[in-house]
Design a protein around this ligand. Structure first.
Ligand code: 1QQ
Length: 375
């Protein structure tokens, strides 16, 4: 080898060594995460907010140097639509991309189909709007920061019953979706617990758009409130039709009601809807007030529960990355499982030993086109 070649080879080796050393000693690194949410279809009202919450959190974390010098996050998005097949296709793409952590999916029914793939791949997944029982039980890589309907609806009925002396209610629910079946089940058990009589217990199927026969039957029995387990698009039709039939009383909602889009689309018919939530703008903690003002600044609109939960999920990953000091999926999983009392827009957030969320919750009522806390 000529001395020039030797010299060039030596320079090359030194450059490679320095770059390797740089990467392992605080050089720049970007942790890839994946979000699979229903950006199209009838659940896009939720997923659009979820995407905004994620984008805002990523921007804040990367700009503030939260993860340390030159360490950043990137979230890849895959649209799941509203189906289980869509969710499994979307999660597969993200697993193939070798993301270190996952966020989503929007619906519980999608989580039942897709989360086992994350478990099998050994990649943690945080549900941001899955409220049906038995989600996290599918495996130790599965977490959620969304409160289960069983506890939220229990609180909703208790708060409403105390405030309005409810003695008898009727229920209307979607019989072919996991979350509406779970919402119905939660209302039945809570009503049993508080000794509230259930007069009519009627269901509908996805795709139905005329609810007048069920509603006429329910209204004829004069319940003190009507409990409805439905996604926002059905919920809008149901409340508009019940008001058109002359019902002016209380409506008890479920997690699908937690979108301001429902209030916008149902207009005056939405007044006196009561719904339990994991997040409210009036939660007076610093992390929430900061979230609300940054959100309003970035998007010129107000956040909702779905944005607050997705934003929180990104911070949960950031906290886990900062604690673990490494970004492989197993280390992330372990660090997530150890999170206790993290200040978030959902209040002080912890995971239980079973990877369920512990955070604030509230019961809201729609007054003059706005969710306000029911006291
Ligand atoms: C679930 C839900 C939905 C309302 C989220 C959009 O709570 O599927 O569990």
């Amino acid at each position: 080898m000529s001395s020039l070649k030797k010299y060039l080879a030596a320079v090359l080796i030194i450059v490679v060594l320095f770059s390797l050393l740089g990467a392992s000693c605080g050089g720049s690194s970007e942790t890839p995460l994946g979000a699979f949410i229903g950006l199209t279809g009838n659940i896009s009202v939720y997923a659009e907010s979820q995407k905004k919450g994620i984008d805002l959190a990523v921007e804040e974390i990367n700009q503030s140097g939260y993860l340390g010098k030159n360490k950043t996050l990137k979230v890849y998005f895959e649209d799941s639509g509203a189906t289980s097949e869509g969710a499994t296709a979307a999660i597969r793409k993200l697993i193939d991309r070798h993301v270190n952590g996952l966020i989503g999916p929007t619906l519980s029914s999608q989580a039942f189909a897709a989360d086992p793939l994350a478990q099998k791949a050994g990649i943690p997944v945080i549900g941001i709007s899955n409220t049906v029982p038995n989600i996290v039980e599918m495996g130790d890589y599965i977490f959620r920061c969304s409160l289960p309907e069983s506890s939220v609806i229990f609180n909703t009925l208790k708060t409403a019953a105390d405030k309005y002396s409810l003695k008898k209610i009727s229920l209307l629910w979607g019989s072919d979706q996991d979350l509406t079946v779970a919402g119905h089940q939660a209302y039945l058990s809570a009503a049993g617990w508080f000794q509230i009589q259930v007069l009519d217990d009627l269901s509908y199927k996805t795709g139905e758009s005329d609810f007048s026969s069920q509603l006429a039957q329910i209204i004829s029995q004069h319940p003190d409130a009507i409990g409805v387990a439905a996604l926002a698009d059905d919920a809008v039709k149901i409340v508009v039709q019940m008001r058109a039939l002359g019902y002016t009383g209380l409506v008890l909602g479920s997690n699908g009601f937690n979108s301001p889009v429902l209030i916008k689309q149902a207009g005056k018919a939405a007044n006196d809807i009561i719904v339990g939530t994991a997040w409210n703008k009036d939660l007076e903690v610093a992390a929430n007030q900061k979230f609300i003002s940054s959100f309003e600044k970035k998007y010129s609109s107000s956040p909702d529960q779905f944005a607050a939960q997705s934003y929180t999920a990104v911070y949960l990953y950031a906290k886990a990355l900062a604690t673990a000091g490494k970004s492989d999926s197993a280390a992330l999983r372990a660090a997530l499982a150890g999170i206790r009392n993290l200040a978030t827009p959902l209040g002080d957030f912890s995971f239980t030993d079973k990877r369920e969320p512990v955070c604030a919750s509230a019961v809201q009522i729609v007054r003059n086109g706005e969710f306000v806390i029911l006291k």
